[in-house]
Write a protein that binds this ligand. Structure first.
Ligand SMILES: [Zn+2]
Length: 647
């Protein structure tokens, strides 16, 4: 196994990049021909091995092109990568409809194979059928054509979000009243006296949370909720219609039915029922939350009768300060980016018994990116890149990007965290919100899942290849560590005095965090229902503006504001399509998992290692249901989630 070369070794130009992508596709094509050329009995060795080789090449080309189109600073590199993403998808779609490959895999004798191999073959054959391989040739051709069109539409949708950088310009520094001093220092007026605040998270979120000026918050809210508008209105309609067309060709009533068929939830109807259950379980709590918020606003404006959406974050923050004696700005000095990064690496290293070492000789795509390697019992077990601060034309959310899956004895897993945290600018201390710290833990949960699942015998079972509605369990589980005082005190030290964050401050922060869970859950159900409703009916009946309005007002207490178009920048409508419910589904399982940990010492690694071995390391080698059952000793239930909600 050659581990000295990383995926980015030798990539200096877009020519190098396309050469590398090309070679993956050529290798995949060769493995495909070798598989089809086999004569005589079909065996694991002469058929499944070649099939897994195809998957390995496609995974590498697809993941790397996806990463590069989202992060590379040079436009030419991003364009080349976008074009390759299209080629890889076309190849994948051709493969999924290839009758010869399907027949060959069906004929493989698995009678003597191990459980993981049997599961791999069964899962693969099911996926082939879900992709339409058993349809007639004309239908298969039509499916292939739609898939190709869909890749282009998806890329257009996310490109519009990425590239539409909006801003609010103010002329008077006094309008920044309430914002942290380092924010004000970072936003000095330009030569024309303008202060420009963009819709990037580090610019926009503090405005919506802290700015005293109602006008400024409202202006930011309007810009933020119009990103990629009007461009994405029509793109979204096209995306929804094309996906419906695809689902119909595959024999499903609609796309929601199609995309849930291989999930834990099993059907669109079950997903809808789940959303309603969660929404009604949280209704009362959300009403109590809203009343508290309104009462806080009435202290300032006695005649106030409602909370506007651009006021929700601001009054929640004030409420936490007055009712819960917690000021979010008091914790920021303890969360300096550099210390948080090192701290999270140390915590995870202790918890899961691994070592992380920076490797400065591995090439990266931007000078600010750092490469780390994970060692287990002294042996290299994975590699990852941290690209953590905003820059122009970079993906503007936070996510884990796979780079390649690991395969036992063949290759180590690689991945990247792409985030937009403060820091990385000369002279800026890089003070994070606690919310950012939580996001860091979250994304690290995905990263560890990818890395620990990188030693499966087959690429097709490796990495984050479990059911999609299980995927947010590992990430949400790690968020719990962001709330544990002894854990935080290992790294959250004041950026000027080095004093560790006081336990009482963390306790106050936790108490304040209990506020608003009802509102949060109802907001999540708005997103989940919007995502499902775009795809569970005839697209002729889908008016995304009307849905955004109706569902916002059904699930949240806030009015829909005319002139906003939240849906045009809701990237999950593309990536997650109908299945945004998965976050809450995963949270229910996560709360059950966390109930297994000892709350007085969550750094105890015995249970963490059990979790690592029975869940994370398994990747997609078993149904998620059975991994859950093995870890818990029973099926999951709502008890832990409910007691968390009612706490
Ligand atoms: Zn996540």
């Amino acid at each position: 196994m050659n581990t000295s070369k990383s995926f980015f070794t030798g990539i200096a130009s877009s020519g190098d990049l396309s050469g590398k992508f090309d070679s993956h596709l050529i290798n995949a094509r060769t493995a495909m021909e070798q598989l089809l050329a086999v004569s005589g009995d079909r065996t694991v060795a002469n058929t499944l091995t070649f099939y897994d080789q195809i998957l390995t090449e496609l995974d590498a080309a697809g993941s790397q092109a996806n990463l590069m189109e989202n992060v590379h600073p040079e436009e030419q590199m991003r364009t080349t990568s976008e074009q390759f993403s299209q080629k890889v998808s076309a190849f994948g779609s051709e493969l999924s409809l290839n009758r010869g490959i399907y027949d060959a895999l069906t004929a493989v004798d698995i009678s003597g194979a191990d459980a993981a191999t049997i599961f791999f073959v069964q899962k693969t054959l099911r996926d082939f059928r879900l992709a339409g391989v058993d349809k007639d040739e004309a239908t298969r051709n039509a499916i292939k054509k739609i898939r190709e069109e869909l890749v282009l539409i998806s890329q257009e949708f996310s490109r519009n979000i990425r590239e539409d950088k909006r801003s609010v310009t103010i002329m008077d520094v006094n309008e920044l009243e309430g914002l942290p001093q380092d924010y004000i220092d970072r936003h000095k007026p330009n030569e024309k006296g303008e202060i420009i605040l963009t819709t990037d998270y580090p610019d926009a979120v503090p405005v919506l949370t802290y700015a005293k000026s109602d006008t400024l918050r409202k202006r930011m809210y309007m810009e933020f909720n119009n990103r990629a508008y009007p461009k994405n209105m029509e793109v979204l309609d096209r995306l929804i219609a094309k996906r419906h067309e695809l689902a119909r060709l595959l024999g499903f009533e609609n796309f929601a039915a199609c995309v849930t068929a291989d999930k834990m939830v099993k059907s669109g109807n079950n997903a809808s029922e789940f959303i309603e259950n969660i929404a009604s379980a949280s209704l009362q709590k959300s009403q109590i939350d809203y009343k508290q918020l309104l009462a806080r606003k009435q202290q300032d404006l006695p005649s106030a009768a409602e909370i506007n959406p651009w006021e929700a974050g601001y009054y929640a923050e004030l409420l936490k300060r007055t009712e819960y004696q917690f000021d979010a700005q008091k914790v920021r000095p303890y969360f300096q980016y550099k210390k948080v990064q090192q701290g999270i690496l140390n915590v995870m290293s202790t918890l899961f018994d691994v070592e992380f070492k920076k490797n400065g000789s591995i090439p990266v795509w931007h000078e600010s990116v750092e490469c780390f390697e994970m060692f287990e019992n002294g042996a290299l077990a994975g590699r990852f890149y941290l690209d953590m601060h905003p820059r122009e034309n970079k993906y503007n959310h936070a996510a884990q990007f796979g780079i390649c899956n690991g395969v036992a004895g063949k290759q180590i897993p690689e991945a990247a965290l792409i985030c937009n945290f403060p820091g990385g600018v000369e002279g800026d201390p890089g003070l994070m919100e606690h919310n950012d710290v939580e996001t860091f833990f979250h994304e690290f949960g995905h990263l560890l899942h990818h890395l620990f699942a990188g030693r499966q015998p087959w690429m097709g079972l490796s990495g984050i290849s479990c059911e999609w509605d299980f995927v947010e369990v590992p990430s949400q589980l790690l968020e719990e560590w962001a709330w544990d005082a002894p854990t935080l005190q290992t790294f959250a030290t004041h950026y000027q005095t080095n004093e560790p964050i006081p336990g009482e401050l963390v306790a106050q922060m936790k108490r304040a965090d209990e506020f608003g869970k009802g509102l949060f859950i109802r907001q999540q159900m708005f997103y989940a229902k919007l995502s499902l409703s775009c795809y569970d009916r005839n697209p002729a009946l889908v008016d995304t503006n009307a849905l955004a309005k109706e569902l916002r007002e059904r699930y949240t207490p806030y009015k829909y504001i005319e002139g906003t178009h939240f849906q045009t920048s809701f990237g999950h409508l593309d990536g997650y399509s109908a299945i945004y419910y998965t976050y809450m589904w995963s949270l229910v399982i996560e709360k059950d998992f966390f109930s297994q940990f000892d709350k007085t010492n969550i750094m105890n690694s015995t249970i963490a290692k059990k979790y690592r071995d029975l869940v994370l390391a398994r990747g997609g080698s078993k149904p998620a249901d059975s991994m859950v059952k093995e870890f818990l000793g029973r099926d999951f239930n709502y008890d832990a989630w409910k007691s968390w909600l009612e706490k």
